[in-house]
Design a protein around this ligand. Sequence first.
Ligand code: NAP
Length: 270
Amino acid sequence: MAENQSRIINIVANDNALSLETKRVLKQRLEKNGFFVPKGFDKAAELIICVGGDGSFLRTIHTYDFPDIPVIGINTGHLGFFQEISPYQIDEFIFKYKKGDYQTQILKSVCAKISMKNEKCDLFGINEIGIRGNKSRTIHLNISLDDSFLERFSGDGILVATPAGSTAYNYALGGSIVDPRLDLLQITPLAPINTTAYRSFTSSVIVPPEITIRIYPEYTFENSILIISDGIEYRFSEITEISLSLSDKKACLLRFQHYDFWNKVKSKFL
Ligand code: NAP
């Protein structure tokens, strides 16, 4: 429980040495500024500070089931697309936070509704949902946009990436970088086969938010499929349909005034 009704801030850190040291210093500085930092995770907190890389940010969002509480990241990782501030900017961050000198960025997720013979299950991804064959076998997927058939995909699999995830795995696969102010989903192939035997699109296909991407697997070798949500892998058997769409389940990220997506892209990639 917070003492004297202090404003509560959760700190979630990965376990590398820099993150743990940053967490220690951050807790001290926040308490000096009148905030209360609980030992565990407090649902009544006004802010979550995530210390680590983008991977830590993604794990925090999944661990706490897409919390309504806004998140700010301190980057002790490698790339830091979501992670806004550096460990040496802690004082500046607290000063600006207390003044309310920030904006919020909403990151919509992609939802995969998975139908199996006898059950259903929903998975969510902030970056993407990946669909791959089990044991590195070729996968064949009949893909429709709403009720309109698009292609019979053959290859390693596909990603369905959000705008926020466009700079992650999607980019490594040759997908497009998308301005996060746009609402859309990008279907990006993993090693598509395009021969006289099998015909698949070799580029990404971009669809508007009102469309549902419907995927019907064809089983050639075995009936298991891997679904990967933000790097977390699940194996399913006997999937009859996967339908993917933009979801209202979201993460809320704090951004400071200087944040500009395309400057960030240039500074990280060029
Ligand atoms: P991870 O080690 O946590 O992340 C792999 C790399 O992707 C890290 O450098 C990470 O940045 C970066 N990253 C994550 N989200 C990003 C984003 N929205 N924009 C730009 N870079 C981003 O790997 P993981 O646990 O397997 O999966 C987490 C994410 O990594 C997945 O959602 C997927 O998009 C991505 N991934 C990429 C590849 C690839 O590029 N070939 C392969 C597998 C997974 P930090 O260094 O700051 O953590």
